[in-house]
Design a protein around this ligand. Structure first.
Ligand code: NIG
Ligand code: FE
Length: 461
């Protein structure tokens, strides 16, 4: 099955002519530019119109109505050569080979000539902790000298280090640094991002984070999905008393956050020394009652059984899975849970990688995300994650791209609107200055994104 997928792609590539067509009819300079900060009214699809022509490879990653792509489907990228894309009011209205184009557009219609470059969906980064204060380069140095993430955490570093900084930071400061990162992420091709709380670990500070995330959601052009993870670590004032803190989360934080509609998802760091299975379950079940869908940090450092819990509570995704067991994989196989793998964490912490091959071959939909945070992955580059997935986790470039787009959208319950270039979906795409889509993972450590297009609007940086 795996080899068959690979050969199919090779055949498609060989049929592709090396030149691309130019179109005399559409020679105007694009006019659909926008500044980066958009009013809320322009988010979610009410954007500008744009015709993109001169595309050598249009990598649609079409899922044809399916929520996720699994097994050999992860290899099928739906590539069209010498193609064009029409975006109307921020949505994709037409895609096809230019020789099939038979519509006429008004004279002043905004357009861009991709000049033979590659177009693919904007990346969906479905797992980040990108709102934080302070930094942890000291821990990075310690790890380079052999200390482990757990040893650093046991000495008060790790998540609790960042918590100290976030608790004293103002909402304005948090928004400012996060906004800068958002801009650079878009420059690197990310058009949808999930942002978790979890560095407040106290009612007021968790609310501060979630309010800041929601304000950014309304102010920025990036599509932002807020997640509540009050159960990220037991705060120091509880002296390890996780049960009391869990009650605080379930009885006070979740009802307030749910009623105020501050988060789409509820997440838990289910791990030895953080939250046990039964505690994680209590939090996720309560979150669900208040309208927040479950997500889990599962089996990252130890094989605790987070994958099985994800299946049990009907989580949208189980994330990490570096130490998932055979039973865990079997549980995921029987469920609708998306396995979100975080290649940058294993790379950055120097621990083992999640068994991507076994998960994909078992038919589990696999997504990849950055987990961008100051401790375990100080990178928001989705292409870098794709490279690591291909070199260290035996994923193919096709699987890595599917995992970064449509399957990642499914990990946010959004695959009907983002994650692939299909008619009716949001016109979130990137034009990459590469000769072939595989260069996105193959030629690593540089930014190949020439233009990021969000809701049919070319972003200017
Ligand atoms: O996903 N594992 C738990 N949370 C983050 C790390 C956050 C931190 O170290 O600040 C993660 O790796
Ligand atoms: Fe995380």
């Amino acid at each position: 099955m795996f080899l068959r997928g690979c050969l199919l792609i090779v055949r498609l590539r060989l049929q592709m002519p090396s030149s691309f067509l130019t179109f005399q009819r559409f020679s105007k300079v694009p006019t659909g530019f926008a500044s980066l900060n958009f009013p809320a009214s322009q988010q979610g699809g009410v954007g500008l119109n744009l015709f993109i022509k001169g595309i050598s490879q249009l990598v649609t990653v079409a899922s044809n109505g399916k929520r996720t792509k699994t097994c050999s489907e992860m290899h099928e990228l739906g590539i069209l050569d010498e193609a064009g894309v029409l975006c109307l009011k921020g949505k994709i209205d037409w895609i096809g080979r230019m020789r099939e184009w038979n519509r006429s557009l008004p004279d002043a219609f905004p357009e861009i000539d991709a000049g033979g470059k590659v177009v693919m969906p904007g990346f969906v980064d479905s797992h980040t902790h990108m709102m934080f204060a302070g930094s942890r380069e000291h821990e990075f140095s310690l790890r380079s000298q052999g200390a482990t993430y757990q040893q650093i955490a046991e000495q008060g570093g790790g998540i609790l280090n960042t918590v100290q900084h976030v608790r004293v930071a103002s909402k304005r400061e948090l928004k400012k640094t996060t906004s800068r990162y958002l801009t650079d992420m878009m420059r690197h091709g990310t058009t949808t991002v999930e942002i978790k709380s979890g560095y407040g670990l106290r009612m007021d500070s968790e609310i501060k984070m979630l309010e800041a995330i929601n304000e950014l959601k309304n102010e920025e052009i990036m599509t932002i999905v807020p997640t509540f993870i009050g159960a990220h670590a037991v705060p120091p004032e509880y002296n390890g008393g996780s049960d009391v803190y869990v009650r605080k989360i379930t009885d006070e934080m979740i009802p307030y956050i749910g009623k105020k509609n501050l988060a789409a998802f509820c997440d838990v760091f289910c791990e030895k020394g953080y939250f046990e299975l039964d505690e994680a379950e209590r939090v996720l079940v309560k979150g669900k009652k208040f309208g927040m869908l479950p997500k889990i940090h599962a089996d990252e450092l130890t094989p605790l059984g987070g994958a099985q819990l994800a299946a049990k509570v009907g989580a949208v995704s189980a994330d990490h899975l570096e130490n998932v067991t055979d039973k865990g994989i079997a549980a995921l196989q029987r469920s609708d849970v998306v396995a979100t793998l975080l290649p940058g964490v294993s790379f950055f912490l120097g621990h083992g990688y999640a068994p991507a091959r076994r998960l994909i071959d078992a038919g589990v939909p696999v997504a990849i995300a950055t987990d961008f945070n100051p401790g375990s992955c100080m990178s928001y580059s989705m292409p870098m994650m794709m490279t690591i997935a291909c070199t260290q986790m035996q994923m193919t470039p096709e699987e890595a791209l599917t995992a970064s787009t449509v399957n990642a959208a499914a990990a946010l319950n959004m695959s009907s609107t983002v994650g692939s270039i299909e008619i009716g979906k949001n016109a979130d795409l990137i034009i990459a200055d590469i000769p072939d889509y595989r260069f996105m993972a193959y030629h690593f450590g540089t930014n190949h994104v020439w233009k990021t297009i969000k809701n049919g609007t070319i972003l200017e940086f």
